[in-house]
Design a protein around this ligand. Structure first.
Ligand SMILES: *Cc1c(COP(=O)(O)O)cnc(C)c1O
Ligand code: SF4
Length: 343
């Protein structure tokens, strides 16, 4: 008997094997394939931005050079299910299910494998570790997708965390508003708002994902007082284009979601065909900064291999001559700035 169970809403999922070729069965036996009915409905034609994110591709099997866990999450795990890399925050992997298995997922080694999300015993040990570590102020629920759990399981996890005094904020990383918006129910919102301050970071990658349904899901969460952020992954052939990104980031603001991170693709095995150069990401940030509302500009980050953590990178290459900095404006103009501190 496990306390932690998956949400019944997920039973409406349908796989779309009928649209795939026999080749892709080879891929799906290695990396699970699942596409929610809603998300499949967003596909307009084969090979579009939605299709590429969810349909298996033979190139996933050809990429054997990369490592399954380059960020060394496994070695940063003090107890099963918990990743503790930064002093004041931890990631708790509460689920290994998602409504859609994104082909570029950085946890491709874990998602969709086995049926147990986090057992009762593992949850107890993780909560004990957090309770015994007063430096932890921020707990990030991730997975898989935490909102794939049923409400009772979420209640159990969230109340366990809230019982720990030094846990100041709780964050949930979820793609459910994008891939299974019907899971955002009034009941779920009522439950979540009992655990404030609670933040949600969602994961939109393309303007086609901003629909009436995903907008409604975000509005319901925002109306429950939950600040919404977004983490986008920079994906070759999907959103590696300044115009697409401008439309996406400004579109997110209009549904009350603040762009938080733009992630350089991690060096995860099976995902090489999605990776762009870092220069592409910088070009996109350059095309955003100053040209659209500052609220629409995410931090462009690279999660360094070896568990060294995220670094934010900026397009302005700062050149210094003594106290003079040469900065580049959003129009590309170089401007000298005197870096003087007067007391
Ligand atoms: C990204 C990440 C976090 C959260 O980082 P923020 O920059 O605070 O959003 C925490 N732990 C791990 C292991 C991470 O990869
Ligand atoms: S929703 Fe997130 S965790 Fe799940 S497959 Fe997609 S990227 Fe991975």
């Amino acid at each position: 008997m496990r306390y932690i169970t998956n949400c019944a809403a997920t039973s409406c999922d349908k796989t779309i094997h009928d649209k795939t070729s026999p080749d892709t069965h080879q891929v799906s036996s290695r990396y699970p394939v699942r596409v929610s009915k809603y998300y499949a409905g967003l596909i307009r034609h084969e090979g579009d931005a939605i299709w590429k994110q969810c349909m298996p591709d033979m190139r996933e099997l050809e990429d054997a050079a990369q490592c399954p866990d380059p960020l060394e999450e496994t070695s940063l795990s003090p107890v099963p299910g918990l990743i503790h890399r930064y002093p004041d925050r931890v990631v708790l992997l509460v689920s290994n299910r998602c409504p859609v298995y994104c082909r570029f997922c950085m946890r491709k080694r874990l998602v969709g494998c086995g049926d147990a999300p986090l057992g009762e015993e593992e949850l107890k040990r993780a909560l004990e570790y957090i309770a015994a570590t007063p430096s932890i102020r921020d707990v990030i629920l991730s997975g898989g997708d935490p909102l794939m759990l049923d409400d009772a399981s979420l209640m159990l996890i969230l109340s366990g965390l809230r019982a720990i005094k030094h846990v100041s904020i709780i964050r949930i990383g979820t793609r459910v508003p994008v891939t299974l918006p019907e899971r955002i129910t009034p009941e779920l919102c009522d439950l979540l708002k009992r655990f404030h301050p609670l933040y949600i970071n969602t994961h939109f990658n393309h303007p086609d994902e901003i629909t009436a349904d995903s907008s409604r899901a975000c509005a319901m969460l925002a109306e429950s007082g939950i600040p919404l952020g977004n983490q986008t992954v920079l994906l070759k052939g999907i959103n590696d284009d300044a115009e697409v990104m401008r439309t996406l980031m400004t579109g997110l603001l209009s549904i009350r979601v603040k762009p938080y991170y733009l992630h350089q693709m991690d060096l995860v095995r099976g995902t090489a065909h999605f990776r762009t150069s870092v220069e592409k990401g910088l070009e996109i940030i350059r095309a955003l900064r100053g040209h659209v509302s500052g609220l629409a500009v995410p931090h462009y980050v690279i999660d360094l291999p070896g568990g060294k953590g995220k670094v934010a990178i900026l397009p302005d290459d700062v050149e210094r001559t003594g106290e003079v900095l040469l900065l580049r404006t959003y129009t590309g103009e170089r401007v000298a700035y005197r870096d003087v501190v007067s007391i």
